[in-house]
Design a protein around this ligand. Sequence first.
Ligand SMILES: [Zn+2]
Length: 175
Amino acid sequence: MNFNTLLLRLGIDEDSFENKAIEPIKVEEGFIYEAYQKVTSRICPFCGSNHTHIHQHDIVEINCSSNDYIRDILRIYKVRLKCLDCHKTFTLPIKGLESSDRISYQTKLMIQHDFFKVIIFKEIGKKYDLSTARIIHLFDEFVPVVPKKNYLTLYALMKLNLQTKKCTKILCYTL
Ligand SMILES: [Zn+2]
């Protein structure tokens, strides 16, 4: 897969990056795609000055695996600018990528797909390097309310993990 196709699939704006034809780096588990953010604005959000310079690059890695066997990582070198007037630093947004959410749209779809399998939240978290709490949060987003009329098509199981003495909720859909 080339870089542009990867970004298109992830719903991330390709115009936010400098390199548009980069070859992925092969690693043991899959591929790493490296992308350098383009400076699209130099205006300081704190004081409005455009007297800014590139201070450093922050590395953000996004898991964008499209199957269970190959692990694809998009490694973004985000630009951090520094204002020479007020001395504050700031980053520029990337369209299609929320700064607080390092899970790609594609990965979210895969996690949602896993909610239909008999697999506990903890195991889903391990697969995607996410905490169990984050997976439960995604589940709640995916199934915010279970309407009473749908009880027949959705049932919940409680599984007791004897080692940790904790209950893990598994929700299964009947097809
Ligand atoms: Zn400033």
